[in-house]
Design a protein around this ligand. Structure first.
Ligand SMILES: *Cc1c(COP(=O)(O)O)cnc(C)c1O
Length: 429
């Protein structure tokens, strides 16, 4: 770490699209003395947690799982518990995460039918439809889809993918990587008939990395009974056997479970639909800054692909995006997402998922403007900020609140105050 970093005043502004900023309530919930994970009252924590996790995945029929691991292990839990070596799976590669999932599938012995898609686009529905219709013998056992490709800021249409599978009358299981979508972008496990959904703790759940969160449909649970892929630590059957009594097959990270409790409480208190709306609004402000203010291109190739959790921004050809990231970090203490693999040096990313509000986005945009200027880009200072300010102010949900000084007490409060006054007069008599 360079010397300049050591004496940095103020806190680091974290805009990686994972890990994300941790809310104070979640952070505090994790600062607990160590607890006995076999204590008789431990199920009082675990059972409601597994149940409420279902609300986040929007499943009534499915079963949720918590593994002490990361999203990558979640991919492996999904595949190894439901498939057998040599089984064919269909997946499109359009970014680093869809690439890694396909790679993992191959490495654990599955037969991967890989569809190459330009980075900046998402799951190619029509092409998948053609492939599935042509698979008359139903050799494809599972369709894998990365709901939100974090590397390129692209969201795919999972409801549309389900329709395509139905239209092709194809019985393959549908498995979805929702690591950077679940708890921030609309996701409906039951409605979309998703068989396995994978998430992780350090994105929309606003926790440190270290938990893979999953949900299995009834059908996927049944497939687990005959799936032949080798598994031990990642076997859901050991979880099923112990979770039913509120325990885990091995030592869970109890502080993380306490944090997850606080995180789910925050999400449900705000309301999932409000969480999604907030993510859209914050993302839209960032996009206006990028497109209308800075006149830069998004990595997402068309508006329909634009992600509400992360925005990947292309730098002009003569500017190395890594330099913008480097300056932002070392000079301004702002952490941005890097361009990965095929888009390395070409894009930088602003993560806007999790515990964010308008002003935190303004800090991100301000930091990026400064870093871009220092990197020699011709960006008018304040140009992006101005577009974001206009958008955030014009669409603020609290707009109808009366100006300070002219707020009338709501009727209820007036009535209460009157009856209190009446009581007081009675007393005085
Ligand atoms: C972060 C991420 C992962 C990988 O999660 P790890 O916790 O780093 O293993 C997988 N898929 C997507 C879409 C992600 O954003």
């Amino acid at each position: 770490m360079p010397a300049e970093k050591l004496a940095f005043p103020g806190r680091n502004y974290l805009y990686a699209p994972g890990p994300t900023h941790i809310p104070v309530a979640v952070q505090n919930a994790m600062v607990v003395p160590m607890e006995d994970h076999r204590a008789p009252d431990f199920p009082e924590l675990v059972k409601p947690l597994l149940r409420d996790l279902k609300k986040i995945f929007k499943t009534r029929n499915g079963q949720t799982f918590i593994f002490p691991a990361t999203g990558t292990a979640g991919w492996e839990v999904a595949l190894s518990n439901t498939l057998s070596p040599g089984d064919k799976v269909l997946i499109a590669r359009f970014g680093q995460f869809s690439h890694l999932w396909a790679d993992l599938a191959q490495r654990i012995g599955l037969d991967v039918q890989l569809v190459q898609v330009p980075w900046g686009e998402g799951v190619p529905l029509e092409q998948f439809g053609r492939i599935l219709r042509a698979d008359k013998k139903h050799e494809i056992k599972a369709v894998l889809a990365c709901h939100n490709e974090t590397a390129t800021g692209v969201t795919s249409d999972i409801a549309g993918l389900r329709r395509v599978m139905n239209r092709a009358k194809h019985p393959a299981m549908l498995m979805v990587d929702g690591v950077s979508s679940i708890a921030s972008i609309d996701f409906r496990m039951d409605e979309w008939k998703v068989d396995v959904a994978v998430s992780g703790s350090q994105k929309g759940f606003m926790l440190p990395a270290g938990m893979a969160l999953l949900a299995f449909s009834r059908r996927a649970l049944a497939a687990a009974k005959t799936a032949q892929c080798k598994r031990c630590f990642l076997d859901i059957s050991d979880h099923i056997a112990t979770n039913k009594d509120g325990f885990f097959p091995y030592t869970p990270s109890v502080p993380m479970l306490r944090g997850l409790r606080a995180s789910i409480d925050l999400l449900l208190e705000e309301g999932l639909e409000n969480v999604f709306k907030r993510h859209y609004r914050l993302a839209e402000g960032v996009r206006r800054a990028v497109v209308d203010g800075w006149r830069l291109d998004l990595c997402a190739a068309a508006p329909k692909w634009r992600s509400d959790t992360v925005t990947a921004i292309k730098t002009p050809r003569n500017v190395n995006a890594a330099e913008v990231i480097h300056i932002a970090y070392h000079r301004y203490n702002v952490s941005l997402g890097a361009g990965l693999s095929e888009v390395a040096g070409k894009v930088f990313r602003i993560g806007h998922l999790g515990d964010n509000n308008e002003v935190r986005m303004m800090a991100a945009l301000g930091g990026v403007e400064m870093a871009m200027r220092d990197a020699g880009m011709k960006v008018k200072p304040g140009s992006g900020l101005a577009k974001a300010i206009e958008y955030y102010c014009d669409t603020a949900p609290g707009k109808k609140i009366a100006a300070f000084g002219s707020v009338k007490a709501p009727r209820e409060a007036q009535v209460k105050r009157k009856s209190k006054a009446r009581k007081n007069t009675r007393k005085r008599k």
